[in-house]
Each structure stands twice: as structure tokens, then as C-alpha cells.
Design a protein around this ligand. Structure first.
Ligand code: PMP
Length: 434
């Protein structure tokens, strides 16, 4: 079957060779790609899997009774099983294919939210959320007359756990936080958050506004699943979302994992073909999980490609991935301390690399001339691009946290499995030219 040739282990030493795009020259320089938090590059094995799917197996799933339809359906099912096992789900039916993390959050805000949120209820997010884990809750709150509250972020860029405890109350219906921040880099203590919430659930289960299932815990894992071992059951959350394109898989495919009993309980998000049992002129009944949440023709090639990406990551090993990116982050944080006489680098988020994922957002301030003046992030990114180095600048879809820090924009470098210390050296040399 299509994942069979993806079993042997893979060393990180020569991994760059697997990514054809990394052979490109950009503005006369070899590409140094430091924007994996926005999207990762794709190894040849994943590109080949997509080509093979379309060349040899393409057909719609769950429908026609012919060989290709059967092959495609099997590949789609195996993909679901592979990805479900990768994140520690106990049942593949708990894994819903969506387009991306954003769609996964919208699904829950729509389907669960519209059934369960009432006027006066509270939705608790943190100040470091990506807009994807804020705007859908804001829309829901507006529609229902509920309130979105924010867990404070400390000056060190960490979640204020005491503030979480203070803000939990019987009106809190869901707590939705990011696993690894795409701006501060902070790895949030999801397991501890889940434990605090569980204790709160038990303590308040008899109050009229609550029951032992509330508040639920939603985790935005977009920046975690590609970079560290994640086991949704061990974390103790209710929902978990991630995107395929950030983990070496194709664009347009992502996953929502949810506890089976919750997914079974809530109504579908989108409706139409592929998710019904029976339809009459006045009534429709829906299929079981996971099809209930996958209306219309799914992105089969995307799912198959994402499963290939999972196999690829498993060949490296998620512990190895984390260790590699941790080492790069430590190295970059050290290098950033060796500052130029012309400018000072300010780094945001925890200064201890162990507490952060493989990304660093920073600003540059000039020391002399226009002393204290900040170099705009776009200028930094442009100068780096002229030397073949791809980084991102702006608010990274985390405007509330930028506002809190009084920042209009930052520059962000983010690592993937293909990055090396040499890439960091090139970055630091290029920064000195600004
Ligand atoms: N959450 C976080 C933490 C992210 O970093 C991103 C992507 N930058 C998203 C959500 C949204 O992901 P997508 O665009 O794939 O939906």
C-alpha cells in the first residue's frame, strides 16, 4: 500500500536534500527558509505521493463501486487511521478532516457553540491567541450575548495560571488556548490547564449554570503537532486542531480531533452530500462520525498527502524533531545576544529555549544616529530576502498581543526539520548588514 515504503528511519543530517525547493536561488543566494511557522516546505516523498494519487488512484470516495473508488476510499481511511494514531486518538472516527486549523475552530464554534452557548456565558481564551482562535469565539459571543474573556500573559510571555484560576467561574463554557504561540513561541502547559479545569469542573458540577462536562477545553495545536510529540489523550483536552501544511503536508487539509461522545452530541457544521443517512422532502438524518462533519467531496489527495507527511515525520521521530529545533532555538537565542554596535535586538516570549517552540519574534532598535528608532519589520524582512533569507514580518495574526506590548510589527524566524546552525549563522550575518 502507499505508505509501505515509508518505514525506515531518517537522519536529519542530510534531510535538506529531500526538499527540492531548498535548491532554489533567491536573489542570487541559496534559499534559507526560516518561515516554517507560516507554512512548511514539502519533501519529494510527499510531492510524489500526491502525483501518484492523481496519476493512479483518483476517484471519489464512499460512492461508485469500482476499483478506483475502492482504492481511493481505502487510502482515505488509512490516512485517517495513520493521523489519528500519530496524535494518540483512541478511535479514527474522532478525527475529522477539515481544510485547516481555522476551519476546525469555526466548526466547533458553530456546531457546539450555537447549541451550548447562551446569553451571559463566558468563553475564555488567552491574550496570545492567533486570530483564528479568537475571531470565531468573538462572533459566537456577539450572536449569543456571551462574553469573551482573556487569560493574562505575564511579562515573561507565559500564561498567567493564577489568572486562569481567577477567571474560571460557573459561567465559563469553554477555554480555548494555543498549545505553542506562533508569536511568543511559548509552549503552554496544556496538561496542567486541563487538570485545573477538571478540578474546577468537579468543584462546580452541582451549580445551576454548570455540569461536570463544562467548561470544555479546546487546544489550537497548529504550531505544536509539526514540532513535538503530541498525544491528545494524555493532554486531557476535549478538542484539538492542527493544519497539514505546517507539518510538511499539502495545503487545504487539516484536522479536528474531538472526544467521540462530544462529536456525536453536536450537530453537523456544513450539510449536503456525503453526510446523510436518509433524506426526504421534509427531513434528513445524518451519518455517524466522522462523515457527519465531512459534507461534500473531501480533499482525498490532501489527506493521503498528510498521512505521507506523518509517516515522514515518524521516520525522523518526533522526539528528534523537538531536540533538533530546541538546539537551533538555543543557538539562535545565544547568537542574537551577540549584538551589533549599530542596533539592539529585542526578543519576545520566554528567554528559556526549553519553554518555547522553534520560533523567535524580534524587533531591531538602532543604537546611534536615530537612536532608539525601531527598524520596521518589513524593512528587516526585505533586507533579508535580498540575501535569500525568508522570514516573516507583521503582526502574525496576533494583534491583541502586539497591542499589549505596544508593537506594530515584529520579524519572526521559525525553524523546521531542514534548518541548520549554518542557516542561523547566515541570518545573523545578514542582520548585521541592515
Ligand atoms: N493557530 C496558530 C497558532 C497558527 O500559527 C496558525 C497559522 N499561522 C493558525 C492557528 C491558523 O492556521 P491555518 O491558517 O492553517 O488555519
Amino acid at each position: 500500500m502507499y505508505l509501505e515504503n515509508m518505514k525506515s528511519t531518517k537522519s536529519l543530517n542530510s534531510i535538506k536534500k529531500d526538499f527540492p525547493i531548498l535548491n532554489r536561488q533567491i536573489n542570487g543566494h541559496p534559499l534559507v527558509y526560516l518561515d516554517s511557522a507560516a507554512t512548511s516546505q514539502k519533501p519529494q516523498a510527499i510531492i510524489d505521493t500526491l502525483v501518484d494519487y492523481y496519476k493512479n488512484h483518483n476517484a471519489n470516495v464512499h460512492r461508485g463501486i469500482h476499483t478506483l473508488g475502492d482504492e481511493s476510499t481505502k487510502m482515505y481511511d488509512i490516512a485517517r487511521q495513520t493521523i489519528a494514531e500519530f496524535i494518540g486518538a483512541s478511535d479514527k472516527k474522532e478525527l475529522i478532516f477539515v481544510r485547516n486549523t481555522t476551519e476546525a475552530i469555526n466548526l466547533v464554534a458553530y456546531s457546539w457553540g450555537r447549541e451550548n452557548i447562551k446569553s451571559g456565558d463566558e468563553i475564555l481564551v488567552s491574550e496570545m491567541e492567533h486570530h483564528s482562535n479568537l475571531v470565531p469565539w468573538q462572533m459566537l459571543a456577539k450572536e449569543k450575548g456571551a462574553v469573551v474573556k482573556f487569560i493574562n500573559v505575564t511579562p515573561e510571555g507565559k500564561l498567567d495560571m493564577e489568572d486562569l484560576k481567577r477567571k474560571l467561574n460557573p459561567k465559563t463554557k469553554i477555554v480555548s488556548v494555543v498549545h505553542v504561540s506562533n508569536f511568543l513561541g511559548t509552549i503552554n502547559p496544556v496538561k496542567e490547564i486541563a487538570k485545573i479545569i477538571k478540578e474546577f469542573q468537579i468543584a462546580t458540577s452541582k451549580t445551576p449554570r454548570n455540569d461536570e462536562k463544562r467548561p470544555l477545553i479546546f487546544i489550537d495545536g497548529a504550531q505544536a503537532v509539526p514540532h513535538m510529540p503530541v498525544n491528545v489523550k494524555e493532554l486531557g483536552c476535549d478538542f484539538y486542531a492542527f493544519s497539514g501544511h505546517k507539518m510538511y503536508g499539502p495545503m487545504g487539509i487539516g484536522c479536528l480531533w474531538g472526544k467521540k461522545e462530544l462529536l456525536e452530541e453536536i450537530p453537523p457544521f456544513l450539510t449536503g452530500g456525503g453526510m446523510i443517512n436518509t433524506v426526504s422532502k421534509d427531513k434528513t438524518t445524518f451519518t455517524d462520525l466522522p462523515d457527519k462533519f465531512e459534507a461534500g467531496t473531501p480533499n482525498v489527495a490532501g489527506a493521503v498527502g498528510l498521512a505521507a507527511a506523518v509517516k515522514y515525520l515518524q521516520r525522523v521521530g518526533m522526539k528528534t524533531v523537538r531536540e533538533h529545533e530546541l538546539e537551533l532555538t538555543k543557538y539562535a537565542l545565544e547568537k542574537f545576544k551577540v549584538q551589533s554596535s549599530k542596533f539592539k535586538i529585542n526578543i519576545y516570549g520566554p528567554m528559556n529555549a526549553e519553554e518555547r517552540g522553534g520560533l523567535i519574534a524580534f524587533t531591531l532598535r538602532l543604537r546611534s544616529g536615530q537612536a532608539g528608532k525601531e527598524v520596521h519589520g518589513h524593512d528587516v524582512a526585505q533586507v533579508l530576502d535580498s540575501q535569500g533569507i525568508a522570514v516573516r514580518s507583521g503582526h502574525h495574526c496576533v494583534m491583541p498581543m502586539h497591542d499589549k506590548l505596544g508593537l506594530a510589527a515584529t520579524t519572526r524566524v521559525s525553524f523546521g526539520i531542514y534548518n541548520t546552525k549554518e542557516d542561523v549563522n547566515k541570518l545573523v550575518e545578514a542582520l548585521k548588514k541592515i
